[in-house]
Design a protein around this ligand. Structure first.
Ligand code: DC
Length: 231
């Protein structure tokens, strides 16, 4: 069957990566979590002491970029792709709240975006990829055959993120999680470069009341119709 590019954009914690992973696994496609890349840059800047008390000089972060090498490896046990920063598996570290609190500002830096977007385009050059993020359908792969724009009610998104963090042993209140989501949505939609917007040809998927299975079914149907029209 013809391989296509699937771009999934949307607000924080609305289930993009869950759906993207399920789709990639069903189709035998690669899955790339572009947010994880911005999280790695943020983690590295925190480790190097360049971000202190939520503030930093852009030039200090840009200076670190050449020392950041990102790779992804499929873990057959978790059945998902894991992110490595300079050879170290940082899948857990990049989900910490301190990273979430700083990542939107780091991802707004021009040079950071240039480097990450170049990696993303390289990963997707042979198609057969599902990538999620904020600017995948609008900027990284504007010619993607299928673009989804995901959204869900803020309290539902907060509860999902809260449950995920709690299950990983991170103790943080519901309200803290909610404020971080609202803050990041605002930053991500209002930044100058490649803000989160719905691509004109994206299909909106509000999954507030949909199970994972229903979402997958909905998208698989879209893909089947699309690929049938190619073949
Ligand atoms: O998907 P996520 O929540 O892990 O993403 C973390 C941050 O990275 C998000 O707040 C904005 C930024 N990001 C981005 O600017 N562009 C992308 N394509 C993906 C994420």
């Amino acid at each position: 069957m013809t391989k296509i590019t699937i771009a999934i954009d949307g607000y924080s914690s609305c289930g993009k990566s869950t759906l993207a992973k399920a789709l990639a696994s069903k189709l035998g496609y690669a899955y790339v979590d572009s947010g994880a890349m911005y999280r790695c840059v943020t983690l590295y800047a925190l480790q190097k002491g360049v971000i202190k008390d939520h503030s930093f000089q852009e030039s200090d972060i840009v200076r670190l970029l050449d020392d950041i090498h990102l790779t992804f490896q499929f873990n057959p046990n978790t059945k998902s792709s894991e992110t490595f920063l300079n050879g170290e598996n940082v899948e857990k570290e990049i989900r910490q709240m301190i990273v979430s609190e700083n990542v939107s500002k780091v991802s707004a830096i021009h040079d950071v975006r240039v480097k990450m977007i170049a990696i993303q385009r390289k990963l997707g050059k042979n198609k057969g990829i599902v990538m999620d993020g904020r600017d995948i359908g609008t900027n990284v792969f504007p010619n993607a055959e299928l673009k989804l724009f995901m959204t869900a009610d803020t309290d539902i998104r907060t509860q999902r993120r809260f449950d995920e963090l709690s299950s990983k042993g991170q103790h943080i209140s519901f309200n803290e999680v909610k404020s971080n989501l609202i803050y990041r949505d605002h930053e991500d939609t209002h930044r100058k470069e490649n803000p989160l917007t719905q691509a004109h040809d994206a299909i909106v998927l509000d999954n507030s009341d949909l199970t994972r299975e229903q979402q997958l079914e909905f998208v698989v149907k879209l893909i089947t119709d699309l690929t049938l029209s190619f073949n």
